[in-house]
Design a protein around this ligand. Sequence first.
Ligand code: LMR
Length: 397
Amino acid sequence: MFFEKIVTAPADPILGLTEEFKNDPRPNKINLGVGIYKTNEGNTPILKCVKKAEEIIFKTETTKSYLPIVGSPEYGQLVRELIFGADSDVIKSNRARTCQAPGGTGALRIGADFLKQQDVTKKVWISDPTWANHFQVFGKAGLETAKYPYYNKETNGLDFDGMVNTLKTASAGDVVVVHACCHNPTGIDPTPAQWEELAKLFAELKLIPFFDFAYQGFGNGIDEDAAGIRTFLKYNNEILISSSFSKNFGLYNERIGALTIVSENSEVADRVFSQMKVAVRANISNPPAHGALIVTTVLSNPELKALWIEEVKEMRDRIKEMRDLFVAKLQALGVSTDFSFIAEQYGMFSFSGLNKDQVARLKEEFGIYIVGSGRISVAGITTSNIDPLCEAIAKVL
Ligand code: LMR
């Protein structure tokens, strides 16, 4: 027997928690683990712009034949415009190429395979802390991974000096995974001045940035959230970007994302693109169409695009409201820890500072599920669950 020696894998720290939550019989349980947006009624509805696009697709789609290996070119163009801005120099000089990918994770993996297969890099630096899947995605692609500090426990802010000092020990050609906005799990992003400094540092040290752009629109706005990437473009000619439309289009189960690679010039970009194709073909052959059709239909229709921008704003504003309410409720309960930093964080998550024991007690005693790192999905807080949540936190502190 060959399979006998196989041991059971540990549960996934995020999606495993959802499974555990589903099996919990307690009626008042609360799942603030996985990053899924919920309305104040606790639903994850299909966006209106998506429904309208699907109606159009239903009437106009004529075939389910294969897409090209790298997906729809129109989709690629629209993704680049979202990242760089329609009149950006990168688009005008035709130096970037985009391939459709099954979700942001698919894009990260295709990028990782490309880097490994082409021997672009040996080492990938990842922030500490980071999204629980990053190490696995790059590690399973056969790349060596290393950590750079990101979070300062004392200030609940960015450990900028620690980050810079560690990156200074990296070698030319190393890849650094950078969260483009709404850092997962801390919700802490560099300031404009820090982005500028980082962009210059990467250029000086010849480090290759690989942006994970999963939350465009959840921080300050669609264009505003691309500011870090756009600053890097001023100094760096080689960049990878993984985009996800799971959150900002609510297309979680359609698995729609994209990998965009910026090169020095158009001729190099073509060669890079040919190798991206090999990485896609070996992984998934060619991508699924429906999610890309939705995104393309929305972004290419001015009316639907305006509706989408409005709906993203609604989600962003509701999360911000919950952050403020969360801080105010904890304060009103007389909690001595100052949680005001939570209101300053960006995106779906709040890095609460709760330790492993407190997280375990929240689950065991109160049926409240949050990730072991203390990450709370603020996007899942509602006016109905905020009181029991804050009361339970006050009890475990
Ligand atoms: C999260 O961080 O909760 C999301 O990105 C969902 C996932 O796939 O982990």
